[in-house]
Design a protein around this ligand. Structure first.
Ligand code: SF4
Length: 107
């Protein structure tokens, strides 16, 4: 007999994260998505554009983007959005990224 899901239990963790297994970034250079220490312009913009090109063909872009905004991911390119993109979107929504995360990034 197959186990049945309890109606009040949250979904299994794997159900929440399985979409990541379909991410196009799994086949890409992971260093494109997160900045190395001390990265400056124009290297940063070049790296972010390369990561966004991978996201543009990703089958789970919408879900990834929604996750990154809901989680207020402070670092990296997620769902085609850079850190700056997310900060702007969240600020427009009245939910800016945690100040501590931003000041840690500057340090
Ligand atoms: S949208 Fe971009 S960061 Fe998100 S899973 Fe796809 S390739 Fe990776």
């Amino acid at each position: 007999m197959a186990p049945t899901a309890h109606p009040e239990r949250p979904p299994a963790i794997s159900e929440l994260w399985d979409w990541q297994l379909q991410g196009a970034c799994r086949q890409a250079d992971g260093e494109l998505f997160f900045h190395p220490y001390g990265e400056r312009e124009p290297s940063r913009s070049r790296r972010e554009r390369a990561a966004q090109a991978v996201c543009a063909i990703c089958p789970v872009l919408v879900r990834c983007r929604a996750y990154s905004l809901a989680a207020q991911e402070p670092y990296g390119v997620w769902g085609g959005l850079t850190e700056t993109d997310r900060q702007q979107i969240l600020a427009e929504q009245g939910t800016p990224l945690d100040e501590a995360a931003r000041s840690a990034e500057v340090a």
